[in-house]
Design a protein around this ligand. Structure first.
Ligand SMILES: CC(C)(COP(=O)(O)OP(=O)(O)OC[C@H]1O[C@@H](n2cnc3c(N)ncnc32)[C@H](O)[C@@H]1OP(=O)(O)O)[C@@H](O)C(=O)NCCC(=O)NCCS
Length: 158
């Protein structure tokens, strides 16, 4: 398994697959996240549900949901650098939203230092951290992993 793209890759034509990660994928997911400086220290303890974007045997991106009652933290959305700008980030985010909606989640919350514009285009609104549901604020990502400077955004799935 590798993160490197096939240079002929075209997301409109390829058989890009969005699928749930298995335990065997997690080493690759950790490497992707750590490569981008995103928190991965808590993954073994928290075990959020990951979706992967895969092209054949290559893992091109990942993203996860961490459930807190009617809310969920959308976290660890990452596309390997060589695969960016091809719509994978949007596809992963939309797939996570569909999965959350189907599971009865009403609000998605996220923290980001670098991708505010990306999420704004997906209709996430800027909120103060204190406005996030209390259960989400108790998550390790909120409490200790993301710097206080990270921007908080939310989206209602209703
Ligand atoms: C954010 C990220 C997941 C986007 O993945 P991607 O596959 O490149 O996204 P897409 O190709 O679906 O991008 C869709 C659009 O958003 C834009 N975009 C992508 N990342 C962006 C960013 N960080 N800021 C602003 N716009 C961004 C793209 O230019 C593209 O615009 P276009 O449609 O006009 O061409 C990717 O840049 C990444 O992994 N970043 C590092 C990790 C990170 O910051 N994750 C978010 C914290 S949870």
């Amino acid at each position: 398994m590798s993160h490197e793209p096939n240079h002929a890759f075209d997301p409109r034509r390829s058989n890009l697959l969005i699928r749930a990660a298995t335990a065997r994928d997690l080493e690759w997911v950790h490497a992707l996240l750590e490569g981008d400086g995103l928190p991965a220290n808590d993954l073994d303890a928290v075990r959020p549900g990951f979706l992967l974007a895969c092209a054949g045997t290559k893992i091109a991106g990942a993203g996860a949901l961490e459930r807190y009652g009617e809310a969920a933290l959308l976290r660890s959305l990452v596309v390997a650098a060589a695969w960016r700008g091809r719509g994978l980030g949007h596809r992963l985010a939309r797939s996570l939203e569909r999965q959350a909606r189907a599971a009865g989640v009403r609000t998605l919350v996220l923290l980001t230092e670098t991708a505010q514009e990306f999420f704004a285009r997906l209709d996430y609104q800027l909120i103060a951290r204190e406005q996030a549901p209390a259960a989400v604020r108790s998550s390790s990502e909120f409490r200790s992993l993301c710097p206080a400077s990270a921007i908080c955004m939310a989206k209602s799935l209703r």
